[in-house]
Design a protein around this ligand. Structure first.
Ligand code: C5P
Ligand code: MG
Length: 200
């Protein structure tokens, strides 16, 4: 069976990085300037968790609180549906997919069944900086996982489960790494340059 979408027709950029690296912030800036459809796997999961009648709602809630990766079939289906919707409703076939793939089986399944990505934008950031950002965000985010206990678990999941995905794509020479320690505007200048170079 061939993938759902043809990578010559559909552009997929994966945006990866630890919790608090700035994935959502940088994607929002890119959307302002380029015609991308931004799909955040975490946002899609939170929306599904809150959707009335969702069969996966309770499952998602407990996994997010524990900083664990929600079973891949749930996230893959949400992403595929959202991509389809963007294509049919807005004719937008250019995707920034943020916070995905976070686990090796997600990477393999997406590449095989949904679409080959063009490249991976990896937002590299030290844990101390990410922790400061998350605790700051906790003041207003209302997120169930922006607390010291969940943050520690999320960092652990990132190192043990998500970094192998980055390494896997590094071996394929598909990773563009940007240091995200600096303030938002400075990081965005680097992100923009990286994206321009890749999609030129
Ligand atoms: O990316 P974000 O910080 O919004 O993700 C929040 C949580 O959503 C993760 O800690 C994880 O529990 C869940 N998630 C997931 N699989 C993904 C992306 C997010 O299980 N691919
Ligand atoms: Mg996010």
């Amino acid at each position: 069976m061939s993938p759902t979408f043809n990578s010559e027709d559909v552009l997929v950029i994966f945006v990866l990085g630890g919790p608090g690296a700035g994935k959502g912030t940088q994607c929002a800036r890119l959307v302002d300037e380029y015609n991308f459809c931004h799909l955040s796997a975490g946002d899609l999961l939170r929306a599904e968790q809150n959707r009335e009648g969702s069969e996966a709602g309770q499952l998602i809630k407990s996994f997010i609180k524990e900083g664990k990766i929600v079973p891949s079939y749930v996230t893959l289906k949400l992403l595929e549906n959202a991509m389809q919707e963007s294509i049919t409703q807005n004719n937008n076939k250019r995707f920034l997919i943020d916070g995905f793939p976070r686990q090796m089986d997600q990477a393999e399944a997406f590449d095989r069944d949904i679409c080959q990505s063009r490249f991976i934008l990896f937002l590299d950031c030290p844990e101390s900086t990410m922790e400061q950002r998350l605790l700051k965000r906790a003041e207003t985010s209302g997120r169930a996982d922006d607390n010291v206990d969940s943050i520690r678990k999320r960092f652990n999941t990132f190192v043990t489960t998500s970094m192998p995905v980055v390494d896997y794509y590094k071996q394929q020479n598909k990773v563009v790494q940007v240091d995200c320690t600096a303030p938002v505007d400075d990081v965005y200048a680097l992100v923009k340059a990286a994206v321009n170079k890749q999609i030129a």
